[in-house]
Design a protein around this ligand. Structure first.
Ligand code: NAD
Length: 490
């Protein structure tokens, strides 16, 4: 623990509304439990409709002055917050470990959030329109301007990364923000709310709420004064949010949703590399990653070799107390996730061949740990092949031709990340072109991404793209201005 660590008993998460750290308007809280021990961690404010209204009203009141200020002024708050995030990274790692079970050994979120604020502090010069004299008698130009109030609703798997990833581009473009954390991992965001005050953001500019989808998430989605909303979470919730947006004020919605990502391993691939990377893709964060390669397709001729090496590598994790420095894999985030994952596993035992694991470890550990599990020969229409499990469960199937591999990979409603392992450059390019996916890794797989590439989903994996520079487009309206020029002149 770092010297700046707070004892767990001191935890008093608050909402940040209009620059003040407050309880919910009706003082109601919900209890957060440590998924590794099932002990109570904190009572967390459950934001009410009145709290959402107050936060949006504060954001609306603060927005004109924030947008009118010099971008340097906005950037100064970003730089200070980035410094504070770096400084408190150990403390935040500990808080995430006890709230959703992420091992401190692999914690990077606070530094990643800081990198977002640092990046956008420098990126404001790219907020530019265009000008032309293509229309005779006129000067035309476009202006890029903020929407006003932006809502950000984030998931629990990488909370602070999403806080930075969404709030930084929304704020630097002159919008004000109301962010709602996930009920499964609210305390790091609540701690960052304190740092936002310390960083000197003007009251109302950056508001942070905690609470469930009902009422606070739904209230933001249907709020008439929220003009843009950025969401990361499940496809199910994404649909509800888009429906609420359509039924209220048609706010602009950006959706980063679920996945069931395929990895195609051809016989000429570097098998050792493919085994290492595809298993890490599903080990990281206990498989609770939107882009994890949960469907692995291996060319039949190398399947026995690949499966043997994969099951060995996949089982090679140190599960345990996520606050211990030597633990690499923690529990599932909570009871709901644990029950989901273990019920998919039980169903898989009926529709597939179990090659590794296959059990939840609640009884033996008193925490929501799940054995790394591998299924073989899963029917392509089985639920465990079609739906997102969000746990350490790999399905390995085989293929004989490139055409068959592509067809199977694309036979899904998701399209977030796909990967292909082959040494044949022509095949790599053909397959990358054919995959119905917003992101393709060639001889690499998730979580490998590049900061300056747009990230987002095909099909039900989402709408819109995020990424350095790209995200700012989600928060800028475009205005066309046409100016008549009188001919002649003295
Ligand atoms: P979730 O959809 O259950 O919840 C996400 C957020 O939405 C939470 O803050 C929740 O409180 C809120 N919410 C729930 N119901 C709501 C409603 N009716 N209206 C408004 N908000 C509501 O998702 P989760 O379980 O937190 O996260 C896991 C999911 O997120 C997985 O499907 C995963 O694939 C996806 N995910 C996607 C990406 C991506 O970049 N595409 C990244 C991480 C996670």
């Amino acid at each position: 623990m770092g010297s700046n660590m707070k004892a767990e008993v001191e935890l008093k998460p608050r909402l940040l509304i209009n620059g003040k750290l407050v309880e919910a308007s009706d003082q109601k809280t919900f209890t957060l439990y440590n998924p590794a021990t099932r002990e109570k961690v904190a009572d967390v404010p459950e934001a009410t409709q009145a709290d959402v209204d107050a936060a949006v009203a504060a954001a609306k009141a603060a927005q004109p002055a924030w947008a009118a200020a010099s971008p340097d002024h906005r950037a100064a708050c970003f730089k200070k917050l980035a410094q504070l995030l770096h400084k408190h990274s150990d403390e935040l790692a500990h808080l995430e470990a006890v709230s959703m079970g992420r091992p401190v050994s692999g914690y990077f979120d606070a530094h990643a959030a800081a990198a977002e604020f640092d990046h956008y502090a420098e990126a404001w010069g790219y907020i530019q329109g265009q000008a032309s004299v293509n229309t005779p008698g006129y000067l035309t130009m476009t202006l890029r301007q903020p929407f006003g109030v932006v809502a950000a609703i984030i998931p629990w798997n990488v909370p602070l990364f999403f806080l930075g990833h969404k709030a930084a581009p929304a704020l630097i473009t002159g919008n004000t923000v109301v962010l709602k954390s996930s009920e499964k991992a609210p305390i790091t965001c609540a701690r960052v709310a304190e740092l936002i005050v310390e960083a000197g953001f003007p009251p109302g500019v950056f508001n942070v709420l905690s609470g469930h989808g009902m009422p606070s998430g739904a209230a933001l989605s249907s709020h008439m004064d929220v003009r843009a909303l950025t969401f990361t979470g499940s496809s199910r919730t994404g649909r509800l949010i888009q429906e609420a947006a359509a039924k209220s004020n048609l706010k602009k919605v950006t959706l980063e949703l679920g996945g069931k990502s395929p990895a195609l391993i051809f016989a000429d691939a570097n098998i050792e590399k493919a085994v290492k990377e595809t298993s890490y893709s599903l080990q990281w964060n206990s498989g609770q990653v939107c882009m994890a390669n949960s469907r692995i397709y291996v060319e039949k001729s190398i399947a026995p070799k690949f499966i043997e090496a994969f099951t060995k590598q996949f089982a090679d994790v140190k599960q345990g107390d996520p606050t211990s420095a030597d633990v690499t894999v923690g529990p599932q985030a909570d009871e709901v996730q644990y029950k989901n994952v273990t019920s998919y596993i039980e169903e898989g035992k009926k529709t597939s061949t179990l090659a590794l694991g296959g059990k939840g470890k609640l009884d033996s550990t008193n925490g929501y740990f799940v054995e790394p599990t591998v299924f073989l020969d899963t029917a392509e229409d089985a639920r465990i092949q079609k739906e997102e499990i969000f746990g350490p469960v790999a399905n390995i199937n085989t293929f004989e031709t490139e055409e068959e591999a592509i067809k199977k990979a694309n036979d899904t409603e998701f399209g977030l990340y796909a990967s292909v392992y082959t040494k044949n450059i022509d095949r790599a390019v053909r397959v990358a072109k054919a995959l119905e996916s917003g992101y393709v890794g060639v001889n690499c797989t998730s979580p490998v991404t590049a900061k300056d590439l747009p990230f987002g989903g095909y099909k039900t994996s989402g709408q819109g793209r995020e990424g350095w520079l790209h995200s700012m487009n989600n928060f800028l309206e475009e205005k066309s201005v046409i100016i008549s020029i009188e001919e002649g002149g003295s």
